[in-house]
Design a protein around this ligand. Structure first.
Ligand code: PMP
Length: 391
């Protein structure tokens, strides 16, 4: 018995059935999960050091190599959401005092700069307004001025809605002795990406966007160059949990027998395997084309409604996350709430400097169908009809 002889009562809420409504998640993530992904999560657990589970890990690794278009040996998944993968890349590549040149054209560059600084590294911010991307000239200027060890760019911005052009960036970084680190959380699988061909040194993504897998586990890959830099560090990686050499060993990426590092997310690994299988069965090219086609339908529908997009230049729009300007005199939240309260459709707002000024619509993975785009447009139109008083 406890010191006062009584045990606190169990919470009454846990005696009620778990209540989870069905919603159509058309925000910037998570997207709805594939049914086969959800089914995989209810398969029996295996031990994380058992050979049958290691076979699943190998399948996941092959799937990640495919979606990233890479042969990198150090390719695995981190037991964390996208931010954990971001942090893994940063804390492994950067030591105290190392300089990172960080492209900040939205929330994610700012976040990475913060992570680098908390690691004792130096973040040099290359700033652009949200909705704009960096040119090769911008990046070269930053490389000359700051001589960074790592350059960070967000391929698919989910706050500003851009797709950062990456052709030639890797070569440029290497010319100046820097490594290229790229965030592809909100675009991977929805637009072309060739890790090896584009000379990207550290690349990560999330599970809950185009892979339509519950947020939990995040693919990551390091080039040979990045691996050599990490193995040649003067100091140990400051995070034990996110130590890439340890994780790579567990994922069978080196010659040594797999060692226990932490208990793998067994059910999330099954789920990721099925999310990757969906993309593999469809084929990357078809997946990219479907996302481009659905984005086009969305742009056309929004244009017909008299709505404008934040990113003017279509060639640098993230097809997975569209940022729509809220017209003058409209309360974004009323329209967004209308969609949720009446149709269980999620239409997100903006954040950072765009809070209150934009909506964000995500069309990704399992949700990437013309039907879902039309439904989202119809719901948005209905909300605007109620809440937009045009004169
Ligand atoms: N990067 C980008 C571009 C994202 O959109 C997100 C998630 N919205 C993240 C990183 C962080 O991922 P998570 O929320 O899964 O930690």
């Amino acid at each position: 018995a406890s010191r006062n002889g009584s045990v606190a009562d169990p919470p009454a809420c846990l005696f009620k059935p778990l209540n989870v409504p069905h919603k159509l998640l058309m925000g910037p993530g998570p997207s709805n999960a594939y049914p086969r992904v959800l089914a995989a999560q209810s398969l029996p657990l295996l031990g994380h050091l058992q050979k049958e589970f290691h076979e699943v890990l190998d399948e996941v690794k092959a799937g990640i190599q495919y979606i990233f278009q890479t042969q990198n040996a150090w390719t695995f998944a981190v037991s964390a959401t996208g931010m954990g993968a971001m942090e893994t890349a940063a804390v492994n590549l950067l030591e105290i005092g190392d300089v990172a040149l960080v492209g900040v054209n939205g929330f994610w560059g700012a976040r990475l700069a913060e992570i680098a600084e908390r690691n004792g590294s130096v973040a040099k911010r290359m700033v652009k307004p949200m909705g704009q991307v960096f040119t090769l000239e911008d990046i070269e200027q930053g490389l000359k001025e700051h001589k960074p060890k790592v350059v960070f760019l967000t391929y698919g911005e989910s706050s500003g809605g851009t797709a950062q052009p990456l052709a030639g960036v890797g070569e440029l970084c290497h010319k100046y002795g820097a490594l290229l680190m790229v965030d592809s959380v909100a675009i991977l699988g929805g637009a072309p990406l060739f890790m090896d061909e584009w000379n990207i040194d550290a690349l990560y993504t999330g599970a809950q966007k185009v892979l339509s897998t519950p947020p939990s586990i995040s693919p990551i890959s390091f080039s040979q160059k990045a691996r050599d830099v990490i193995l040649g560090r003067k100091t140990k990686v400051r995070s034990f949990y996110l130590d890439a050499p340890e994780l790579a060993n567990y994922w069978g990426c080196d010659e040594n027998p797999r060692r226990y590092h932490h208990t793998a997310m067994i059910s999330s690994v099954y789920a990721l395997r099925e999310g990757l299988a969906e993309v593999a069965e469809k084929g990357l090219e078809k997946s990219w084309a479907q996302h481009a086609a659905c984005a086009e339908l969305l742009y056309e529908g929004l244009d017909k409604m008299g709505l404008e997009l934040l990113v003017q230049d279509k060639s640098v729009r993230n097809p997975c996350v569209t940022v729509i300007k809220v017209p003058e005199g409209v309360d974004w939240k009323k329209v967004s709430d209308h969609a949720m309260d009446n149709h269980q459709v999620e239409i997100a707002g903006g954040f950072g400097e765009l809070a209150g000024k934009v909506w964000r619509v995500g069309v990704m993975g399992y949700n990437c169908t013309p039907e879902n785009v039309y439904k989202t447009l119809a719901v948005l139109k209905e909300g605007l009809d109620v809440h937009w008083k045009k004169n």
